[in-house]
Design a protein around this ligand. Structure first.
Ligand SMILES: [Cu+2]
Length: 105
């Protein structure tokens, strides 16, 4: 009987430890995240590889308004047509600017 009580006590001890172990927060790694930039503009052309957008100022990059190309390598959304006014986000890796999201405005 003593052995059964010992086993019961041991099992109880183990289970009382598990919840606090599960509650330990998992650290979120953000150091390699590439920031997104947001802008609005008008679609000028759309090909299979890239889109040209006449966009307004991009505050997060200190950019003035300009017309430029964005790569579609990372874009999986709907295709838009020349003349459409849009809000969009993009990320830059070196000299490549990749479109990430687009929506009409
Ligand atoms: Cu630009």
């Amino acid at each position: 009987m003593r052995i059964l009580l010992f086993i019961f006590a041991a099992i109880t001890a183990v289970f009382s430890v598990v919840p606090s172990t599960l509650a330990t927060p998992v650290p979120v790694v953000t150091s390699d995240a590439v920031p997104l930039h947001a802008a609005s503009g008008v679609i000028k052309s759309w090909t299979d590889k890239d889109v040209t957008i006449a966009h307004g100022p991009v505050a997060s990059l200190g950019w003035p308004a300009m017309t430029m190309q964005f790569s579609l390598d990372e874009y999986h959304g709907d295709r838009f047509s020349p003349g459409q006014a849009v809000n969009f986000t993009f990320r830059n890796s070196g000299s490549t600017f990749s479109l990430t999201t687009v929506s009409t405005r």
